[in-house]
Write a protein that binds this ligand. Structure first.
Ligand code: BES
Ligand code: ZN
Ligand code: ZN
Length: 501
């Protein structure tokens, strides 16, 4: 992990191999900006620019806000991956006159601290690379970023001290967040022949021990006892038996109880309704919801949030074989509702139906599931945005706000009574697929809603992370592959819940 240090000294007095400088707009003059160099390069504001002789990396950003600075942190680290620099330094100089600052939307000192910590978060998340199976690892030479706190405001001594303390605390929290996102990324990226339900259960136990939280594992027999007929059907054809993982963090000062549920398909071949070859690739990422839950549990336990949080990870593998569940099967779920299977590739909702039933027995104040549930959500919102669904508008809005604040993109997808009719079955209580090819993300969400009891309808949120969970190219602060989608949004939502009281 990258190391960060804060310094009261001006940038010039800090020893480093390279200086990082933001350029917010072309006309901004500052001693750290070599305008003639930028002009000689016909400077374009979308890529880092290295000034070799001056040992300066310019980071053009649209504005000095959290989203831009976080992304610039990731870009800087990615750029420096091909250079031998070990230590970088950065300052956050902005135009000094407050009139000028206001005009340009330049934040005040405490907002600036938050922005600097966001830069650190971006750098840590941008430094991630899944190279376990690569012989030629492009390891990052950069290991230390020194941040100068010298700003117009910090020239007063006590202000400088306050600023340093606030920044150091914020960077510690950013480290916890980055570590949590990277736990999810690592596990999602791990290939499916290794990351089986059993392997993930062991990983969860290891984390729980380190975090001193409890972890209960339900194997096949326990799932039978729980009457999880839908979940068990999905897992049937695989020789990797299912595991329901139940993590609990219960601090003494807890004011509320939140239960998080994650879809954990360690592989989704589609089952007998087999996926076409091109669509099957990347389906190791169908465990992203469960992995996000593990990441969130890590963060809240380390941040010591005063809320009780349970994490339920429904791990299984959706395969083919003589024992596979079939289209036309009718399953009896844990809630007692019967389900007509019309497509075995709509398996996540079956696993979640039973996990959500188990979760409601824990009597949550808030219940949230994270799942790579539908391709339709990716078609609708694009691959960078998660869908938020549920029955409670205010709760959806709260999650949307927290997610956006955290830097994750989300959008609400509204349920409606017409779509609900599309999942009716002639022979069972509900069908696992819609009769229409349109609105698939919503019909899947409404299917889950069928398993939420009346008293929990207003307490439940469904987050479809199928788009951003795994993208086969670099984007924002994310590398190729798993992004850890859901972790930052989930943690921010829980922190906001605590601060709202
Ligand atoms: N795991 C997939 C959804 C998915 C698709 C996630 C693409 C990430 C990227 C899910 O189990 C699935 O296959 N859903 C089907 C549902 C359909 C059969 C009603 C889908 O979206 O096509
Ligand atoms: Zn599927
Ligand atoms: Zn799936």
């Amino acid at each position: 992990m990258l190391k960060f240090s804060t310094h009261k000294d001006s940038l010039a007095h800090i020893e480093a191999d390279i200086t990082l400088v933001f350029i917010i707009d072309k006309n901004f003059k500052h001693k750290w900006i070599d305008k003639s160099f930028l002009e000689s390069l016909a400077y374009k504001a979308d890529m880092p620019l290295l000034h070799q002789e001056a040992k300066t990396l310019y980071l053009p950003i649209k504005q000095l806000d959290k989203d831009c600075v976080r992304e610039a942190g990731a870009q800087a680290v990615r750029y420096l991956r091909s250079y031998p620099f070990k230590k970088a330094k950065i300052g956050f100089y902005t135009p000094e006159s407050s009139k000028e600052s206001k005009k340009q939307g330049i934040p005040n000192a405490s907002a600036k601290t938050a922005i600097m910590a966001e830069f650190a978060l971006g750098a840590m998340l941008g430094a991630y690379c899944y190279d376990t199976f690569k012989a030629d690892k492009q390891s990052l030479s950069l290991c230390h970023i020194a941040i100068s706190l010298e700003t117009a405001e910090s020239k007063q001594q006590d202000h400088a001290k306050q600023l340093a303390q606030a920044l150091e605390a914020a960077i510690e929290e950013a480290k916890i967040l980055a570590e949590s996102v990277n736990i999810a990324r690592d596990l999602v990226n791990t290939p499916p022949q290794i990351a089986t339900p059993k392997y993930i259960a062991h990983t969860a136990i290891d984390h729980a021990q380190a975090l001193q939280i409890s972890c209960k594992i339900l194997k096949k027999d326990a799932l039978k006892k729980e009457k999880m007929g839908a979940y068990l059907a999905v897992a049937k054809a695989s020789n990797k038996s299912p595991r329901l993982i139940h993590l609990s963090y219960a601090p003494k000062n807890a004011k509320q109880k939140v239960v998080l549920v994650g879809k954990g398909l360690t592989y989704d071949s589609g089952g007998l309704s087999l996926k076409p070859a091109d669509y099957m690739v990347t389906m190791k990422a169908d465990k992203s919801g469960a992995c996000a839950v593990l990441g969130i549990m890590n963060a809240i336990a380390k941040l010591k949030l005063p809320i009780e949080v349970h994490g339920i990870m429904g791990m299984a593998e959706n395969m083919i074989g003589g024992n596979a569940y079939k289209p036309d099967d009718v399953l009896i779920s844990r809630e007692g509702k019967s389900i007509e299977v019309r497509n075995t590739d709509a398996e996540g909702r079956l696993v979640l139906a039973d996990c959500l039933s188990y979760a409601q027995d824990l009597k949550p104040d808030i219940l949230i599931d994270f799942a790579t549930l539908t391709g339709a959500c990716v078609v609708g919102l694009g691959e960078y945005t998660s869908g938020i669904m549920g029955y409670n508008q205010a709760l959806q809005e709260a999650f949307e706000q927290s997610a956006l604040e955290s830097g994750e993109l989300v959008a609400r997808l509204p349920f409606n009574r017409h779509i609900k009719k599309l999942i009716e079955s002639k022979i069972a209580d509900v069908s696992n697929v819609s009769t229409s090819r349109y609105g698939g993300a919503i019909s899947a969400g409404m299917f889950l809603g069928e398993f939420i009891r009346e008293e929990y309808k207003e307490k439940w949120l469904h987050i479809d992370i199928a788009g951003p969970a795994f993208v086969e190219k670099e984007w924002d602060i994310n590398p190729y592959g798993a992004s850890g989608a859901g972790v930052r949004a989930g943690v921010q939502f829980l922190r906001d819940l605590v601060s709202r009281g």
